[in-house]
Each structure stands twice: as structure tokens, then as C-alpha cells.
Design a protein around this ligand. Structure first.
Ligand code: ZN
Length: 484
């Protein structure tokens, strides 16, 4: 039996088993009562609803991932990859166009087959819990735009990768690495300015108490306020969030309009401080560096395996080719990817703690930060008691309880430092006064929740995961550092 076939099959099945186990443990960990430190997050009825949301979501994810698994195994074991290859080759194009056509067909077919799940997720599940604001028209427009972007950006990059591997000889992987890295840097600049606005409107903060508070905070940490925007996320969903993306002159922090509608000014300053923390601690830059290293490793391994006939035999191919090699390598890479993603999630959680500490140290208002996080969790029906194993595998952000405890520890630590060294930071005293003043204004002027938001903007139409893994092209979603 083909050893790579066994390895890939085992990897795919083990990954599925791990994720399913984690989800089951997560469901079992749902508690009748919220953790006592978080009693005030939900009202009783809402707490029930949040648990129901977790249950419904978990079941849905299980159905989707089972379907993916069955689809992959059926297509693979019935020689689907080879049949499609024979068909596309029979059209008689050169290796690069043939590769582009082959991967496009798979990409489109995958998109169409999984479309019903997207529709169900948005229009049935999110609708049922009152989150959905996406109209069928907007849903369609998002898909069309996503497809257009894939053609415009993905196709030329893919063509370059295929050509380099086809013709550039021994060190082609290094050239592909350079091409992918350059594209990814360009995307960091292009995405905030030109791609994200295709999906959402970004408007500067309007004059008023929030802008004044933000100006005061931004000035105190030396951050340019013209890079802070309000995003009209309410057109897709009522969920709220905030994120920081990009670097250089096109970087931006976006506060969802739903977030602004639901939070008091000091809470919003806390959220903003967290996002500025991501920038000041260079998390986006580090993330880019990590993804360069990752794609280098991936492309090197790929180049080693690309000419190995066993890889193609494992998928019952008559002939090897670069484009199917990319695809199959993506699958073979599953276990490495799983380990890496666990490492990356842990690293991301560490960054979240770091950004929170920055927020406490600069906004000097941990209570508002805690109340912002609690409100966000309640508003998004977050699970308050995720199973540690589930969080370990899947959470890019620390669970609420740990996060709040860390915030409080940090606030205590800073207070103690302050007590032993009074007058350490005069700016802080001024800031506390300003914040107290602002919070008075804010509480009076706080608006009612209009109930609106969005967590998926541009990633709605993406390459099938195997191709995406093989290309490792950062999508805008992965370039963000969000608040929750
Ligand atoms: Zn964050």
C-alpha cells in the first residue's frame, strides 16, 4: 500500500477526530449556571440563549466538517482527481493554463457545493438568534466580489507560482517564496485601503464626545487619529467587534458601528487602547514575519515532495503535475498545519493578553475594559465556559474569565507599583481625571443598542482549504487583530 496514502488518510481522520472530540467536550462543559465571576454578563434568559447558540453552532460545524470529510474521501478514493485531470488535459493547453483551469474548476465546484451551508449558516442560524442583517442581495454581491478578487489577485499569483515551479529549476521554491512574500506585503498595504472598502464603508469618527475622548487617548500614546474608522458592519450582522489591520500609512483601526452603539465612551476607549496595543507591540508585523517563515518552510517541503511519484500514486494519478502536486501537498501538510495552528493560536492568545496589558497601562481604566469585554461577550452570545481543550485547539483569544482575571491582576500590579512609587507618572493622573470627566459625559449620552455587525467580510469566497494551505496567501481576515 502507498505509504503517503496511509499517512494522508490518517492525518485527515485524526484531525477530524480531534476536532470532534474537542467539540463534544465543549458541549459537555456547558454549565447550568455561569461561572460565579461572570454572573453579571447575562440575564438568565440570555444565558440560556447563549448556550443554545453554542449547541446549534457546534452541531452545524460537525455537519459541515463531516460533509467536507466525506466529500474529500469520495472524490479522492473514486479517482476523481485523476478523472478531472484527464478531462482538462484532453483540451490540449500548456501545463500552466491547464493547471489554472484544473484548480479553478475545483475551486468553483467546491464553492458551489458548500454554498448551501453558507446560506443556512447566515439565513437560518444567525437569523434565528437575531444576528443576521445580510439581505440575499448583499449575500450575492459579497460572493460576486469575492470571486472577482480571486480572479484578479489569486489567478495571476497562482499562474506565477505554477510557471516558476514548472520552468525555474532547482531553486524555484525560493523564487515562489519571494513572489508570495512580495504579494503578501503588497496586500498588507492594498487591503485596508482598497479591498476592505469594497465590502464595507469606513468613515472617520464623527465629531462628538467619542472623537474627543479618542483624540485625547490617541495623543497620549502617539497614535494618529486619522487612522481610526467606524465600519458599517451592521449591514451584515448585529455582532460587534473591532480590529487593527495593515501597517505603514494604510494601516487602520476599525470600530464596528454596532460596537459604538452598544458601549459607553470609556469602554470604547478601552477597546481602542487594546487595538493600539496590537500596533505598538508590533503584532501585525510579527504575524507577517511568522507567515513568511511559515510559507518558506511550506514551499521548501513542497519542492522536496513535488517530484516524488508516490505522492501522485496516492491519489491514483496517471501523470504527475505541479498543480495537483500543490493540492496534494496541502493535504499531506495537514498534521504540520494542525501543530502549527495550535502554536499560532497560543501565540495569538499571548498577544491578546499583551494588548490588554497595554490598554490597562495607557487608558488607566481597567473597569471599563472589563465591562466592554463582558458586554461584547453578552452581545455576541459568547460561550462563558469553553472546555480548555477546545479553547487550546481553536481560540485565538483567551476565554473571557481568564482574560478578565489577567486584566485585574495587571491593574493590581500597576496600582501596587504606583503606591510604592507615587508621582511616578503625572500623565496618568491627568489621564484619570480626563477619563472620569469623559465617563460622566458618556454615561449620560450613551445610546441604546441599535442591535447590529459582522465577523466575515471578505473571506466569504476563498480557495478550497487545501489549495489555500498550499499557497498560504493571507486573506484579509487573517491580517486582523480583533478585540474578541
Ligand atoms: Zn486583540
Amino acid at each position: 500500500m502507498n505509504p503517503l496514502l496511509v499517512i494522508i488518510l490518517a492525518a485527515v481522520l485524526v484531525e477530524f477526530a480531534l476536532e470532534t472530540t474537542a467539540s463534544l467536550l465543549n458541549l459537555k462543559a456547558l454549565q447550568f449556571e455561569p461561572p460565579k465571576e461572570l454572573q453579571d454578563v447575562y440575564k438568565h434568559e440570555e444565558y440560556r440563549r447563549s448556550q443554545e447558540y453554542t449547541r446549534v453552532h457546534t452541531r452545524f460545524e460537525f455537519v459541515v466538517s463531516s460533509f467536507h470529510l466525506v466529500l474529500l474521501l469520495a472524490f479522492w478514493l473514486s479517482s476523481g482527481f485523476n478523472c478531472l485531470d484527464r478531462l482538462v488535459r484532453s483540451w490540449g493547453y500548456g501545463p500552466v493554463p491547464t493547471g489554472l483551469i484544473y484548480l479553478s474548476i475545483l475551486f468553483l465546484a467546491y464553492g458551489l457545493i458548500t454554498l448551501p451551508f453558507n446560506i443556512y449558516g447566515t439565513f437560518v442560524i444567525e437569523q434565528r438568534f437575531g444576528f443576521n442583517r445580510t439581505t440575499p442581495r448583499l449575500f450575492l454581491a459579497d460572493r460576486v466580489k469575492g470571486l472577482g478578487l480571486s480572479l484578479l489577485l489569486g489567478a495571476p499569483l497562482l499562474a506565477a507560482i505554477l510557471s516558476l515551479f514548472q520552468y525555474a529549476g532547482r531553486y524555484s521554491w525560493l523564487m515562489v517564496w519571494a513572489a508570495v512574500s512580495t504579494t503578501s506585503i503588497l496586500l498588507q498595504f492594498v487591503t485596508p485601503r482598497w479591498i476592505m472598502p469594497l465590502f464595507n464603508k469606513f468613515t472617520p469618527l464623527p465629531p462628538g464626545e467619542l472623537r474627543d475622548a479618542v483624540l485625547a487617548y490617541a495623543a497620549s500614546v502617539g497614535y494618529k487619529v486619522d487612522e481610526i474608522f467606524v465600519m458599517d458592519s451592521s449591514k451584515r450582522s448585529t455582532k460587534s467587534n473591532a480590529f487593527m489591520t495593515g501597517f505603514g500609512r494604510t494601516k487602520r483601526i476599525a470600530l464596528f458601528d454596532t460596537l459604538i452603539a452598544n458601549h459607553a465612551v470609556p469602554e470604547l476607549v478601552g477597546v481602542l487602547a487594546h487595538e493600539v496595543g496590537h500596533y505598538k507591540k508590533r503584532h501585525v508585523l510579527q504575524g507577517t514575519a511568522v507567515s513568511f517563515a511559515h510559507s518558506g518552510l511550506l514551499l521548501f517541503l513542497l519542492s522536496v515532495l513535488l517530484n516524488n511519484p508516490t505522492l501522485y500514486q496516492a491519489f491514483f494519478m496517471d501523470q504527475p503535475s505541479i498543480y495537483t502536486g500543490l493540492l496534494f501537498f496541502g493535504l499531506l501538510y495537514t498534521p504540520v498545519e494542525l501543530l502549527l495552528s495550535i502554536g499560532l493560536q497560543a501565540w495569538s492568545r499571548k498577544n491578546e493578553y499583551e494588548a490588554d496589558r497595554f490598554a490597562v497601562a495607557t487608558a488607566h481604566d481597567p473597569n471599563s475594559m472589563v465591562s466592554a469585554l463582558k458586554k461584547l461577550s453578552a452581545h455576541n452570545l459568547s460561550n462563558l465556559s469553553p472546555h480548555p481543550f477546545y479553547a487550546f485547539l481553536n481560540y485565538s483569544h483567551p476565554p473571557l474569565l481568564q482574560r478578565i482575571q489577567a486584566l485585574q491582576r495587571e491593574a493590581d500590579r500597576q496600582n501596587k507599583q504606583e503606591a510604592t512609587n507615587p508621582g511616578l507618572d503625572l500623565r496618568r493622573v491627568a489621564h484619570i481625571r480626563a477619563t472620569a470627566l469623559m465617563s460622566g459625559v458618556a454615561r449620560r449620552g450613551r445610546r441604546q443598542a441599535s442591535g447590529l455587525a459582522d465577523t466575515s467580510t471578505t473571506s466569504s469566497v476563498t480557495l478550497p482549504s487545501a489549495i489555500q494551505k498550499a499557497l498560504n496567501v493571507g486573506c484579509p481576515e487573517s491580517m486582523r487583530d480583533t478585540i474578541t
